[in-house]
Write a protein that binds this ligand. Structure first.
Ligand code: DAH
Length: 339
């Protein structure tokens, strides 16, 4: 029995040498030290020993158990250490490597120019107001003195949601909402999205942006309108800009005008930018129609006002010489990163 015990000791130590994984180690532990293991099997035969032999074998068995346990735990820490080393090598980080540069976003060209325009008008004492994009027929047409048979009301031009609810076709309804809510003096601009039932091409889009302007006070005249727009054009296109008013018709202004700036490219001679005209139309404007003032509860005998409205995309296209309006909406990084 003594020899059996010594054999188990030798075998177990030998088996431990050849292993590389924790699973194998556990197998060995069970094989030699487990409840059904070889050492236990021998100890179960102790009953057949004489009373002199029993303590000697017992002692030896305990010694061998302790020695195998020791060898197993040594192997265990060896395995853990080499595993850790491998892990450290395979997961090594070079903390001295330079970091990857993050791409920083920036403002869209439409926002860049809109921000500039807002600054200009804020500097002239205007407030910035907003109105809803889903509007009623009343604010978009009726209150602006746009008659029922006006071509703009055709479903070919306007996106109707119901008979009376639509996507606003212009920012002019914000004029009405503003005059309903506050009493003169009023000085506001209102930028925002507008919608028209147009097919998308290089110069048309079913959604685009307008900037509306409205001033109402005692004694406001056409000269104030001219002065304001001249100042605006000079700030936007340079101090030597020349502005011209051409008579026009808008239902909500009387008199009405279309406003041109002298082409900043050819200075009035005519070139490809201004299509040979020498002038570029930038906005529509006029004196607020007395009917519109009355509709909003403002007495036209006491107050007068001017209004203007412009398309943002066209301004920005000219500013950066962009010839296709679709570029603004496609979010192509190659285009956007140029601004
Ligand atoms: N709402 C007009 C349009 O979409 C533009 C416009 C013209 C606005 C004259 C005005 C104005 O405020 O006075 O074509």
């Amino acid at each position: 029995m003594k020899q059996q015990l010594l054999n188990i000791d030798a075998e177990a130590k030998k088996a431990l040498e050849g292993i590389n994984t924790a699973a194998e180690l556990e197998e060995i532990r069970i094989k030699y030290l487990g409840k059904k293991g070889e050492l236990t099997a021998i100890l179960k035969q102790m009953g057949s020993l004489s009373s002199e032999e029993r303590p000697i074998i017992g002692q030896l068995a305990n010694k061998i158990r302790a020695s195998i346990e020791d060898a197993i735990s040594k192997k265990d820490s060896e395995l853990k250490e080499s595993g850790l080393k491998e892990k450290l090598i395979s997961e090594a980080l070079d903390v001295t490597l330079p970091g990857k540069k993050q791409v920083l976003g920036h403002k869209h060209p439409l926002t860049l120019v809109l921000d500039e325009i807002k600054e200009m008008f804020l500097g002239m004492g205007f407030d910035i107001v907003r109105g809803p994009e889903v509007e009623t027929d009343y604010y978009n047409f009726e209150a602006l003195n746009i008659p029922k048979d006006h071509p703009a009301r055709d479903t070919q031009d306007t996106f109707y949601i119901t008979e009376n609810i639509l996507l606003r076709t212009q920012t002019s309804p914000v004029q009405i909402r503003t005059m309903e809510q506050k009493k003169p003096p009023i000085r506001v601009i209102s930028p925002g999205r507008v919608y028209r039932s147009d097919a998308l091409d290089a110069t048309h889009s079913p959604v685009f942006h307008q900037i509306e302007g409205l001033v109402v006070d005692k004694g406001v005249t056409m000269a104030d309108l001219k002065g304001t727009l001249e100042m605006f054009a000079k700030k936007l296109y340079g101090e030597d800009s020349v502005v011209r008013f051409r008579p026009h018709h808008f239902p909500f202004t009387e008199p009405s005008a279309e406003v041109d700036v002298m082409c900043f490219n050819c200075h009035g001679k005519g070139c490809s930018l201004c299509k040979g005209e020498g002038w570029i139309e930038i906005l529509g404007a006029g004196m607020v129609h007395p009917k519109v003032l009355s509709i909003c509860g403002i007495d036209p005998d006491e107050y007068s006002g001017f209004a203007f409205g412009m398309g943002l995309e066209r301004l920005v296209m000219r500013r950066y010489q962009i010839d296709d309006l679709r570029m603004f909406f496609e979010n192509d990084m190659k285009f956007l990163s140029q601004f």
